[in-house]
Design a protein around this ligand. Structure first.
Ligand SMILES: [Zn+2]
Length: 97
């Protein structure tokens, strides 16, 4: 089969893959450098947050992005009058959410 008869032709494109090198806690400023891309140092737990504020709220039309370390997250949870609702999840089912 000649090349002309193929339905799809492909060209090679360059892509740049980015991996997180370090993360800084927005609350306390502590930094964790990732020894292996994707893996934080074993005793450092960081979580990323994204808040999209709703219509009519104080931050209407804004999105906030920030990271918190495990220590700060625990302090925030303990400062709540009503603790957050906790649900167990299956890491495989939730992958990619
Ligand atoms: Zn922190």
């Amino acid at each position: 089969m000649s090349d002309k008869r193929k339905m799809k032709k492909y060209k090679t494109i360059r892509t740049s893959n980015k991996a997180i090198k370090s993360v800084i806690c927005n609350n306390c400023g502590r930094e964790s450098v990732l020894d292996t891309p994707g893996n934080y140092n074993t005793d450092d737990e960081f979580e990323s947050f994204k808040i999209k504020f709703g219509y009519g709220s104080k931050h209407d039309g804004e999105k906030y992005f920030f990271d918190l370390c495990g220590n700060c997250l625990e302090k925030i949870f303990k400062s709540f009058k009503i603790p957050p609702e906790v649900q167990e999840y299956n890491i495989i089912d939730d992958y990619g959410e």
